[in-house]
Design a protein around this ligand. Sequence first.
Ligand code: SF4
Length: 448
Amino acid sequence: MKEVFLLVRPWYGVNIHTDAQGEYGTVLHSNDVFPDLPLLYAATMLDQSDDYDVLYIDAYTNRILPDELLRRIKEASFDKIIVKTTAASIKSDIELIRQIKANDPDSYVMTAGHAAKDLKSWIDANTDIDEVIEEPLDKFIYRYVHGEDGTVNDLPTPDYSLVDYKRYTDDLGRVRLTVQASRGCPMNCAYCPYIRFYDKYEPRDVDHIMEDVRSLASLGAEVIQFRDQFFTCDRKKVRELCSRMIEENIKVSWICETKLDSLDEELIDIMKQAGLFMVCFGIESGDQTMMDSYNSNKGSLAKQQATVALLRSKGILTMAFYIIGFPEDTWDSVRDTYDYANKIASDIVAFNEYTLFPFERDEEFTPDVFFPFANATNVPVESNLTREEIRYVIDLFSAMYTADHDCLEKAYTFNHLISAQYKKTVALLAGCGNDLQKMSDAIRQMQR
Ligand code: SF4
């Protein structure tokens, strides 16, 4: 008899990029729906095994609300269930699991995700959850299935046919699937959540990546997003990958995230020829002294400006990430960051709130450390700016940048309207507390 796993990614009416931020997840103020790659790797390995079977419910793909999800779980026949959690949804995730256990006290329930790992002591002491998986889920499942440790290179090509993958769309409605050519990062920025969960840089061979790309292209992916934290870390490998994509005439547009100072014209040209259409990169702050104190070196302003200009001259979209609200930030320093962003002049910017995650801290935390459905934590830290001030700056800068670099109308649509919708949804969820039925009814009502 095969052991059957039920893998579940719940959805609560707010889109969360669940494998972002080192699997804490990032709440999106947009209509993008991302897959969860580690969860999909886990499902693929179980499905391909002779000893295990898998049922996979990704509630994001068909907007399955918590009450309906609980009903489906109740009707399913399985041996073990794994619920993928995020920081922003952890309280609802724990309530969902409480109800799964109430419906079936004998069910064996496990959780995965970085937030669950941080809360393991609290979860063990205060819930009926049987097991907290404290590592990336694909690593855990690889060992479970193969009886030994595996690396990113040992993972199979993710089998997107296990889910309704055409629902993974970007904000323009294009089918966007994700894959990885490596995981982790050899840099060591003090604020980075990725390197706390993916404890070392693990590359994937070009042969494997080519298999992945072919598979995603054959499914009709309009966009492939490489989820590597530092895609061009191994420049030689990226050159080889691009050459092979060009030789095989694989026609797919792709996005990567990388460090700007690892790019030069020769590399950009071959990446563009292979289908690259957008590069995302972290700049974080305009205050280099502060960045040094976080051991973060993203290159000089001159190099950053030149590389962004080069990318844009070749028709490649550029997206820069900035962090607002470092504890040391002041009104003046955040203004400097905005001015710096203007000098970098990327096509798109994302001003994100500084988040002090609980990793590597001695205190024991409760779920209250994570704000529901927000990219923020409650870890005690002395900051010059309050959270309200930081939120104000982020909203203001986001709109200002779009208005200055695009147009006022776009700022109204993308920054104001979408953000207003997100805030409305979060306020609605806040009014439901942990009542999943009330939450489901409220979201249903809102969707009408
Ligand atoms: S370069 Fe990026 S991915 Fe690497 S440690 Fe720094 S923030 Fe993290």
